[in-house]
Design a binder for this molecule. Structure first.
Ligand code: CBF
Length: 842
């Protein structure tokens, strides 16, 4: 099938050299072509959903042009790639983001309006692909946007779950989980690669063979499935570079259960084929907790094995020598979830490619890096050797081998130091022997990082102290960041336009630091007025959102006070709602005529999903809804206080919620939130933070100034002392009268649901206040008082809001990704020439 003509005259080449024009007519014609030829719809049977699908296909065409050119160019330039491995990606809706990044939003808006469609309502048709749990998955999505924007040669790798995180409904105040089959209307953005499939093996046995005097290890898996690639183009902003998020889907292989077929057991064979498809069927809905389930291990290995095979195939095409592997490949582990990649690469290099152990280890070590996202003990992955050894017998052998060699080195360095040896070991001995994936990740990586300065410092002083002492230079910090494209430009068009006017261009989208040069505008009454108008418009949008979904009428002039994040005890939504009750009781105690003088009207909103098995988290949701019911229906209170639980918090909802927020709560127990990333989004959108000195709040305070935040609570070094105090006293003394009164009100059934709520309170009473709510409550109330005082002065509040936004440049994920590229990956940008506008409009 080789083309007859030589390449330069080849017709196909000539035909494919052209780019789609971006004129109004060309856009319209590409949209209607997709209506007719892709969707097979007629003029008479064409809904808004079809419109969205056709528009997306037309945008996808443009993405594909850029995407193909990008990787061709990378290949020609013989670049080094970074491979970002993550079990989760919360990419959010794609259409608006793609248009913004391609700088085509205006053209599409006009073209669609001319056809009778409002682009904003077209956006609303898109499902929100929710292939992640929370911070870690959204971080991965922000990183891809920055890698593309900064022209880094990168690949994202993950899994194409058919069911994303469940959709949360609230029924009778309880969370109900509804399956999220997000593909039911198709997915116009992905490209199924029928020709990119890799075999993945599970179970089976390991044998040794001697060939040419050399021992070879052979692993024969007894279950073989296939991982198929689905590509999702990720466009950079202000560049033609478009990179790929490759998601794997599990499928049965033709060899799958061959035996049953041959024996004529047709249904048994089909069942096992279905089992193969099931592997990437559903995302585990746990955030920062580890579930030792075999299916989860299968998912991890599938991602790892397919990705490593893909990377090796690409590397081999270049015909390089193995020793050059680290020069061409950097592999970043997003938490320990893909840590088996270290072992898989070792296996392929030694068992299949025939490299010596030491030689292979050098390549692995120099190419891998690991990011830790939490110090919570319940999140630290440990796989039972029984489970791991059964599913991946060869990998367990390799892990033992890595451990053996590593511990030998340690015992030479620290003879007879059994404590150290046991702390550093990859194997945790005990009745149930386990493999510590964090230790494996550290030992197999040349760089390990935390995600905020405080977190990185805690890692080296506590969790990974022994590793740090062994090799301090391995440990780094990379403070998280978020992309201003999605979180300001797309989510907050009003603020975007205002910043354009202030700066005189939209340069801030690529260089948030320049905003600092305009701080004097914070005092300018005209700017303050415009700033307030933008906030008000965003509040109106949220007002309607809440009215439609929750049936609550908010007071637009009230302070919008928001806490949205996964529900977790350490994030202390419980403390927030206990304070709401305190406020409610105080309002009730105040004579009616004085209430408005003493209390600023507030709309307090909560949102976030609880893991389905996390009972306490679910009870917190129950309490919020019980309080909401009581307070919102109390005629005496009116619009002075409203409490709402915002259902189904996800990326697209966050894009409505965050820009509308005036106060946002980041109130975790000090030391427990690794970084937080929504705090950064809120600050960028001119929201003031009430928070503890935890995670990235510490650096936010450094940047925006503590005086522009409401900081309270125990510092990391005081937390343990507070826990001890609780252990040694009665909770009534420890809580003090104001919190005790709140607890008593709940116990006295003020809000109903006594059984659930008593059980919830027991998590902080009874000498058990691990997250020190009791200790921090008073200073939290004081901070809340400061909030009220400041909000009364609109100009001062707005000034601080402006300063928060203008000083938030550090938290752009562009800064973070540049640091990863320079300090860990050793990666150079490679920008592909942008086909000139004239060429596009030809
Ligand atoms: O680093 C990104 C985020 O990751 C988490 O969500 C996680 O999954 N461990 C942390 O809890 C966040 O603090 C962190 O910002």
């Amino acid at each position: 099938n080789t083309p007859v003509a030589n390449q330069s005259t080849n017709k196909i080449w000539k035909l494919m050299e052209k780019y789609l024009p971006n004129t109004k007519e060309a856009i319209q014609s590409s949209v209607v072509n997709h209506v007719e030829y892709t969707l097979a719809k007629t003029r008479f049977d064409f809904t808004l959903l079809h419109c969205y699908q056709a528009v997306s296909h037309s945008v996808r065409d443009r993405l594909i042009e850029a995407f193909n050119d990008t990787y061709q160019y990378f290949n020609n330039k013989d670049v080094k790639y970074v491979y970002y491995l993550s079990l989760e990606y919360l990419i959010g809706r794609c259409l608006q983001n793609a248009l913004v990044n391609l700088e085509l939003e205006g053209q599409y808006k006009e073209a669609m309006l001319d056809m009778g469609y409002n682009l904003e309502s077209v956006y609303e048709q898109e499902v929100d692909p929710a292939l992640g749990n929370g911070g870690l998955g959204r971080l991965a999505a922000c990183f891809l946007d920055s890698m593309a924007t900064l022209n880094y040669p990168a690949w994202g790798y993950g899994l194409r779950y058919s069911y994303g995180i469940f959709r949360q409904q609230i029924k009778d105040g309880y969370q109900v989980e509804v399956p999220d089959y997000w593909l039911d209307r198709g997915n116009p953005w992905e490209i199924e690669r029928l020709d990119v499939n890799f075999q993945i093996k599970f179970y089976g046995s390991v044998t040794k063979k001697v060939e040419d005097g050399k021992e070879r290890t052979i692993w024969e898996g007894s279950e073989i499935i296939v991982a198929r690639a689905y590509d999702n183009p990720v466009p950079g902003y202000n560049t033609f570079n478009t990179i790929n998020l490759r998601l794997w889907r599990s499928l049965p292989s033709s060899e799958f259960d061959f035996k049953s077929f041959n024996q004529g057991d047709y249904f048994k064979a089909l069942e096992s084929r279905q089992r193969a498809e099931f592997i990437t069927s559903v995302l585990y809905p746990n955030d920062s907790t580890y579930a030792g389930k075999e299916l989860r291990l299968k998912q991890q290995y599938l991602l790892v094995s397919a990705t490593i095979q893909d990377a090796i195939r690409r590397f081999k095409k270049k015909r390089k020598e193995w020793k050059e592997w680290p020069k061409y490949n950097a592999l970043q582990l997003n938490d320990t979830h893909p840590a088996l990649a270290i072992v898989e690469l070792m296996r392929i290099l030694t068992d299949i490619e025939g490299l010596e152990y030491e030689e292979a280890w050098e390549l692995v070590y120099n190419s891998f890096a690991y990011t830790n996202h939490t110090i919570l003990p319940e999140a630290l992955e440990k796989w039972g050797v029984d489970l791991l050894g059964n599913l991946l017998p060869r990998h367990l052998e390799i892990i033992y081998n890595i451990n053996h060699i590593f511990l030998e080195k340690i015992s030479r360095k620290y003879p007879n130091d059994w404590r150290k040896l046991s702390a550093l070991s990859l194997v945790e001995e005990g009745t149930h022997k386990t493999i510590r994936m964090a230790n494996l990740s550290i030992v197999g990586s040349h760089a390990v990082n935390g995600v905020a300065a405080l977190h990185s410092q805690l890692l080296t002083s506590t969790l990974f102290k022994d590793f740090y002492e062994l090799r301090p230079t391995k440990f780094q910090n990379k403070t998280n960041g978020v992309t201003p494209r999605r979180w300001i430009r797309c989510a907050n068009p009003g603020l975007s336009a205002l910043l354009n006017d202030v700066v005189g261009s939209d340069d801030w989208i690529l260089d948030m630091d320049i905003l600092k040069n305009f701080q004097k505008i914070a005092d300018d009454p005209a700017i303050q007025n415009r700033w307030m108008q933008v906030k008000r418009q965003n509040k109106e949008k949220l007002y309607w959102w809440v009215k439609e979904r929750c049936g609550v009428d908010l007071n637009i002039d009230s302070l919008f006070d928001i806490q949205v994040k996964r529900i977790h005890e350490y994030k202390r939504q419980l403390m927030n709602i206990l304070y709401v009750i305190r406020r409610y009781l105080d309002i009730k105690k105040t004579p009616a005529e004085e209430r408005r003088k003493l209390f600023v009207p507030r709309s307090i909103m909560f949102g976030g999903k609880a893991a389905p098995g996390y009972i306490t988290a679910k009870r917190i949701i129950r309490l919020v809804n019980a309080v909401s019911q009581k307070v919102n229906n109390d005629q005496e209170i009116g619009d002075l206080l409203k409490v709402v639980f915002l259902p189904n918090y996800n990326v697209s909802n966050a894009q409505v919620i965050i820009p509308a927020s005036e106060l946002s709560q980041h109130i975790s127990t000090a030391g427990l939130e690794a970084s937080g990333t929504s705090n950064m989004k809120f600050v960028m959108n001119g929201c003031l933070i009430i928070g503890t000195m935890d995670g990235a709040n510490v650096e936010i305070a450094e940047e925006v100034g503590e005086e522009n935040m409401f900081i309270f609570g125990a510092r990391v070094e005081q937390v343990e002392e507070q826990r001890n105090k609780m252990r040694n006293s009665n909770y009534r003394d420890y809580f003090g009268p104001r919190l005790t009164e709140v607890c008593d009100a709940i116990s006295n059934d003020l809000f109903g649901y006594k059984y659930d709520l008593e059980a919830l309170l027991d998590t902080i009473r009874n000498k058990n206040d691990y997250y020190i709510l009791g200790a921090d409550f008073e200073s939290y109330c004081e901070a809340q008082q400061r909030v009220d005082n400041l909000y009364r002065n609109k100009s001062e509040w707005t000034k601080k809001s402006i300063l928060n936004s203008l000083r938030s440049g550090k938290f752009s994920s562009d800064r973070t990704i540049r640091q990863y590229a320079e300090e860990i990956w050793d990666l150079e940008p490679c920008e592909i020439p942008n086909p000139s506008k004239s060429e596009k409009e030809r």
